[in-house]
Ligand binder design. Structure first.
Ligand code: FE
Ligand code: FE
Ligand code: FE
Length: 167
């Protein structure tokens, strides 16, 4: 997919394209989280992934509300960036045999996903406001807040691991 395909002419088109990109990403992340829950051995990590899977389902609902509020069809466009992040996560996780190391690899992979999401939500929030769509901006900001909180929890878990090892 080209950077500026001919169907993207206005800020509105760009906004909708970005929504479709993150909608696709959230759906792929839902599938990835199910695999991560299955693979995690640390109970706190497993529970964290389960919680974020539930949050992600609500995030998808919010995106669907945004499409409706904006009067466009619900749908995604493929996002090679999230596909790449998830492919890489699968590769590294598949290579780790030790359970504690596997959990560390899962945390690292999950943080790459959260950082991608954080990078993707800021822009459409700004564009929504620019386009006079505060209603959409509020919903998108809720998703962004959850991604940030998840990233923080992952950092805390990663640091906890490191501290336990050091002890
Ligand atoms: Fe998300
Ligand atoms: Fe993308
Ligand atoms: Fe997330």
């Amino acid at each position: 997919m080209g950077w500026f395909t001919p169907d993207i002419k206005t800020m509105d088109d760009l906004f909708v394209h970005q929504l479709r990109d993150i909608y696709y990403a959230e759906n792929q992340i839902t599938k990835a989280l199910r695999q991560m829950i299955a693979k995690a051995t640390d109970q706190q990590l497993k529970a964290g992934f389960e919680k974020h899977l539930q949050e992600t389902k609500v995030q998808i609902d919010r995106l669907e509300q945004v499409f409706k509020l904006h009067g466009v069809d619900i749908g995604g466009v493929s996002c090679p960036a999230i596909d790449g992040i998830l492919t890489e996560a699968n590769e590294i996780v598949g290579e780790v045999a030790d359970k504690a190391v596997l959990d560390a690899a899962l945390i690292a992979a999950a943080q790459a996903v959260e950082h991608y999401e954080i990078s993707r939500y800021g822009t459409p929030i700004a564009w929504a406001k620019e386009l006079g769509r505060n209603d959409c901006a509020i919903l998108l900001a809720k998703n962004l807040d959850e991604e940030k909180a998840t990233d923080q929890k992952l950092t805390t878990m990663a640091e906890g691991r490191v501290n336990r090892r050091a002890a």
